[in-house]
Design a protein. Structure first.
Length: 302
């Protein structure tokens, strides 16, 4: 006796074959390969909220003549809003599968260049027509926020940098001196750039859903730079040492930290010339105060 036929597979069409996945962003529902799954090792969380995507593009305020570099375009959530809307678009993607998809998608689009590689290894001067006019945007992995941020604050610097970062990190960057969130990150960034928090982004805007909310910040390097490259190096050394010992009096850090090691006489001269009370803790000094102290220290015979 013959058995009853198996029930039809809902994933198959009338011919019995499985239809190809359809790209929901394609106007004609063109088939496409299934998008790669997010990789935890790369810190991937894809932005899926269309309203948030549009709001980010709005606050970015790009113009048709701009050259834009997108860090980690992923599945193209922001890329599709940018391609064709700016003069030149540079996409830097580390993930092998995602880079291949982007290359395929934008093949034949001379205004779009896909670079398969690590943005931390990128030579901006080699890929941009004019770094000082370049505009940067990126939904970046939380675990490498600081390295990416400081990468783009190296010289030569882009015109501005719009980044999706963890809300807590954004709060630390814009924190006032004397608050618990204030530290070396705030001084390091704000000594060379202006920072604005533009847009809160809830965790529900991503897949997979991360454990924290995000924020869009715009970092605009100061032009002309207030410090020379050597002065910036000295400021970084001072800032790093100060916040390694953030609970100690600043004068003690200046004398005893191995990276500084000022004499007692030099510290007294520094305090007199700066007009600052160095018995206070480093966390109470503004970025401007750090800049002034670093500049005076360069002129001391220590």
């Amino acid at each position: 006796m013959s058995s009853a036929p198996d029930p039809p597979d809902p994933a198959q069409d009338a011919s019995g074959s499985t239809p190809e996945p359809v790209d929901p962003d394609s106007p004609d529902g063109a088939p496409t390969s299934a998008p790669p799954r997010p990789k935890r090792a790369l810190g991937q969380n894809f932005l899926v909220d269309r309203n948030i995507q549009r709001r980010i593009i709005e606050v970015a305020d790009f113009t048709p003549g701009d050259e834009v570099l997108e860090i980690g375009p992923g599945q193209g959530a922001l890329t599709r809003h940018l391609a064709g809307a700016v003069e030149r678009l540079i996409l830097v993607e580390l993930d092998n599968a995602l880079a291949r998809r982007l290359i395929d998608e934008y093949r034949g689009r001379p205004e779009v260049e896909v670079i398969h590689g690590n943005v931390l290894d990128l030579d901006l001067a080699a890929v941009s027509r004019d770094v000082s006019s370049l505009r940067v945007i990126g939904n970046i992995p939380y675990n490498i926020t600081a390295p990416i941020l400081f990468k783009f604050l190296e010289r030569p610097r882009a015109r501005d940098i719009l980044l999706m970062v963890q809300r807590e990190v954004a709060d630390r960057i814009v924190a006032d001196a004397g608050t618990g969130a204030y530290g070396a990150l705030a001084v390091g960034v704000r000594s060379v750039a202006r920072v604005e928090q533009l847009l809160p982004v809830p965790r529900t805007a991503f897949r997979p859903v991360p454990k924290v909310d995000s924020s869009i910040i715009r970092v605009t390097p100061l032009d002309p730079p207030p410090l020379s490259q050597d002065e910036e190096e000295r400021l970084r050394t001072l800032t790093r040492a100060a916040f390694q010992w953030r609970r100690k009096q600043f004068q003690k850090t200046l004398r005893d930290h191995p990276d500084l090691a000022l004499s007692r006489e030099a510290v007294e001269r520094l305090q007199a010339e700066a007009g600052m009370d160095l018995t206070r803790r480093p966390e109470t000094f503004s970025p401007e105060s750090f800049i002034r102290l670093s500049t005076i220290m360069a002129g001391l015979e220590v």
